[in-house]
Design a protein around this ligand. Structure first.
Ligand code: SAM
Length: 198
């Protein structure tokens, strides 16, 4: 299984605000773009992918929306509006949830009121964590574990505090080349790197 976590620090957890932030300063469109590129390939989808979108602009709890590609029903197309609607639907479903609750949104999609820190602690028990980072080890020099989990952010960098806790969890840092890329572009390169090594 390949897991991806996108930490969207600027993304609102209110569904209407989330949709209204597309193309605005919070750049919530990156979540649909990244979802598309982690799950879909031409004429098909990957069935061995889990994507966690962690939305952190909130008055109460972060929302972690999980997409399990192998369990998704008919998703109705991979265009941006459709994927945006799936995220918005999960946010609406999460209204009123208390700390660390989980709700099933539809087959293959759940939402949890769990923080990025708690999520990665849980994932570290099952996966080798890799943080995508310009100062990391060149990707071609990395020997991937069989169960990798890749951590990315939106346009707001990972806070220093998180670097320390990720270090304690044995996180490795990966560099994908000299250009600063979108998270949605990073996931394509990661998938390709893993695909050609199999
Ligand atoms: C648009 S970037 C975030 C940029 C962020 N404002 C910063 O200055 O670090 C989105 C995500 O892609 C990762 N990323 C972008 N280019 C990369 C590269 N060449 N190698 C590794 N990770 C990269 C970043 O680390 C981040 O997780």
């Amino acid at each position: 299984m390949r897991a991806f976590v996108v930490r969207a620090r600027a993304a609102p957890v209110d569904s209407q605000q989330f949709v209204a932030s597309i193309g605005q300063e919070a750049h919530t469109e990156i979540l649909a773009h990244t979802l598309m590129n982690t799950i879909f390939v031409a004429q098909s989808h990957r069935d061995d992918v889990i994507v966690y979108l962690v939305l952190e602009s909130t008055q109460d709890f972060s929302r972690t929306i999980c997409f399990r590609s192998g369990e998704l029903g008919h998703i109705g197309g991979f265009h941006e509006q459709n994927l945006t609607n799936k995220i918005a639907k999960a946010l609406t479903a999460s209204k009123g949830m208390t700390k660390e609750q989980l709700r099933v949104v539809e087959p293959g999609i759940t939402v949890r009121t769990v923080s990025f820190e708690k999520l990665v602690q849980e994932l570290a028990e099952e996966y080798q964590l890799y943080m995508l980072e310009k100062k990391g080890t060149p990707v071609r020099d990395i020997e991937f574990a069989h169960n990798p989990c890749f951590l990315l952010t939106d346009h707001i960098p990972m806070p220093k505090k998180s670097f320390n806790s990720l270090k304690r969890l044995g996180t490795q840092h990966i560099n994908l080349g000299p250009k600063m890329l979108f998270a949605s572009q990073c996931v394509v390169l990661i998938h390709n790197e893993l695909d050609i090594r199999l």
